[in-house]
Design a protein around this ligand. Structure first.
Ligand code: SF4
Ligand code: SF4
Ligand code: SF4
Length: 262
């Protein structure tokens, strides 16, 4: 089974945002959220699944879900709306999600976003263009295909790790001798090479190399009952709205079958 990954080389990124634009267009994420919900239009959001962090040294660092090998968001989701695919992509089913946002609390990278401005909000994040790649609609994710400098590339994780090691060995003066994502939180499917530290660009030093799911379950196990009650209430609202939507769709379809007669 192929295990897909993305390797981003910060030294090659020119900050053009072609990756951001391609993601929004291909995934139909819609416009940026209203200012009220997203004061910084360049920040990661429900309609911006990837963006660029700017380091103090003037580098640009792509930010998006890291597709952890042992994802905390999956462990934390009480209804199985988040799942890790055999190919490594961590994907999300909005039909199952009840909007409790436990995945947002559990993610060690803070990569999931919520549709705060929507009446029926969902969690949104990078999905590694999983369905489009698996169905053959895309040969690779839209973001990597769009990058004009090949700063961000798609491939098998082991092959990309080998390529990263090759670059570190070939140009040792160019890079910090580290592959971000090889070991952090048990390893991720999004890997980085850089010539500047990435602590302030989404890779805090406190991450450690141990997977977080157990920790996520322990922390969420201590969540107060009032919060759990909110989650149950969320599910009730979700179920009611979803049911109304399905009934409306069924009625609409019957009207169509009847030729639109009243
Ligand atoms: S980065 Fe966060 S949202 Fe993405 S797979 Fe890891 S825990 Fe889940
Ligand atoms: S892999 Fe797909 S969903 Fe993820 S940032 Fe790239 S284009 Fe967007
Ligand atoms: S498309 Fe490539 S060069 Fe442009 S911002 Fe994205 S990663 Fe950087």
């Amino acid at each position: 089974m192929k295990h897909f990954a993305i390797l981003t080389d910060v030294t090659r990124c020119i900050g053009c945002e072609a990756c951001v634009e391609a993601c929004q267009k291909t995934n139909g994420t819609g416009d940026d959220a209203p200012h009220r919900w997203q004061p910084d239009p360049n920040a990661l959001s429900s309609s911006r699944w990837t963006t660029l962090a700017h380091t103090r040294e003037g580098r640009f660092v792509r930010v998006h879900c890291r597709h952890c090998l042992d994802p905390s968001c999956v462990a934390a989701c009480p209804v199985g709306a988040m799942r890790r695919t055999p190919q490594g992509a961590v994907v999300y089913d909005p039909e199952i999600c009840m909007g409790c946002r436990y995945c947002m609390i559990a993610c060690p990278f803070r990569m999931t976003r919520y549709e705060w401005s929507s009446a029926v909000p969902k969690v949104r994040k990078c999905i590694l263009c999983y369905q489009k790649v698996m169905s053959g609609e895309l040969e690779q994710p839209a973001c990597t295909a769009a990058c004009p400098t090949k700063a961000t590339v798609f491939g098998e994780r082991e092959a990309l790790l080998a390529e990263a090691r090759r670059r570190l060995a070939a140009e040792p003066e160019r890079y910090i001798q580290h592959i971000w994502g090889e070991h952090e939180v048990g390893g991720t499917s999004v890997l980085y090479l850089s010539d500047v530290p990435l602590d302030e660009a989404g890779w805090p030093r406190t991450l450690g190399d141990h997977p977080r799911p157990k920790l996520a379950r322990e922390v969420l196990g201590t969540v107060p009952w009032t919060f759990a009650g909110v989650a149950v209430a969320c599910y009730g609202v979700h179920w009611t709205l979803d049911r109304r939507r399905k009934v409306a769709a069924a009625e609409h379809s019957h009207e169509d079958e009847d030729g639109g007669e009243q």
